[in-house]
Design a protein around this ligand. Sequence first.
Ligand code: TYD
Ligand code: MG
Length: 456
Amino acid sequence: MKQPKSMFVCSECGAQSSKWLGRCPSCGTWNTYNEMIPARETAKTGLSAGSGIRAVPLSTVSLPEYLRAATGISELDRVLGGGLVTGSVVLLSGEPGIGKSTLLMQLSGAVADNSVRRILYVSGEESQSQLKMRSERLKINGDGIFMLTDGDINNILKAAEELQPSIIIADSVQTLTDPELTSTAGSVTQVRQTAARLIEKAKKDSVSVILVGHINKEGSIAGPKILEHMVDAVLSFEGERRYTHRIIRATKNRFGSTNEIGVFEMTENGLCEIPNPSEMLLRDRPVGTSGSCAVCVMEGSRPIIAEIQALATPTTFPSPRRTVNGADYNRLYLLLAVLEKRLGLRFSTQDIYLNVVGGLRIDEPAADLASAMALISGLLDKPLPDDLIAVGEIGLAGECRAVSNTEQRVKEAVRLGFKKIVIPSRSAEKLRTAGNIEFIPLKSIYEALVLFKNQN
Ligand code: TYD
Ligand code: MG
């Protein structure tokens, strides 16, 4: 039989080529092509008539019964869609030092017991004593947690065979190797092969597997993108080093929604769950300053109140600077254009800085109104009332458009003690309960100017 031809695969995006390339034509990165020798392919027969494969009516297919096990960390369970599904494979990605190993150690501590639920914790990055030190710090006694500091996939599978764990944690997938392959750990072929063998194990023996994947500085999971297609769920662990809070969100989930987020705070005793993130995000809010407006965004089923800050300073550059943190850059340009054209405000002579406080990322159009009000307040140097919150989308004509889940957002605002809410008039009409909050309905952003004019 003919030797299979080797392929070259980009380690960034997984693009393939029959020749080695210096620059990937698909993602544009340099020097990322690695050789990969594919396994011998069996002859493809195609779907020949009478092969026994038949289409089944969808109505007769029965629903699968997933066995979900709550991990005991409710912020994580929420993101997973209610718990870890038995036999599922989850990829947990995040920058180095964000707290992936800490979270997984806490998960191990919460799940493991000596009799039924054992954990096999494979670490290719830390020694056993380092792991012990971390568990001491996290006050985990370690019953039912078994450590393996070896990246050889054969040894891992052998240990799993002996232990029969309910969860296998591989920290990280970039340190695993299959000795059958000659390439080094972390290469596309190794990552693909070792992950495939763990996935096979998960499906065969109904054991849950959690793979840790580092992300590179561009923010994508190092190694082939293909890993994301192979696993059942991809969770990304985000947060800024400067802040202590961390957000976990699902970017893919075969067993639940991808909208939910889990919020944690990194303390000296590990990650603490934050069931009410709004309080934390508003904790250090300054009072009576211009350029600040509160907003309520929906993260999955949860309303979260955050603060948007804007600063406008006269520019000294030929083209003014626009710096955005935590919001969409293009959206800022759009809002500035609307404010400039419809309200005649001169932003073009100003450098603009827009910041979502606390490291939260907002990409909901419902934050438009709050961003616009913060920008106007920053430009005019007139503060908004501290107990005012704004929710709404802004169209190109300057009109305020209704947003979803208004009722929930209003409730959260009331809960946190806000007294005035600026909302699109269409949303205000639909609201049934008012609670202890004053509505300021707007048809267009023009009407928002009145809020500033009334002040001295
Ligand atoms: P770690 O879980 O090792 O990160 P990752 O596995 O994602 O690389 O966490 C590293 C950071 O967390 C480290 O800078 C120290 C900090 N940390 C705490 O602040 N408190 C703790 O209890 C622990 C265990 C870690
Ligand atoms: Mg780690």
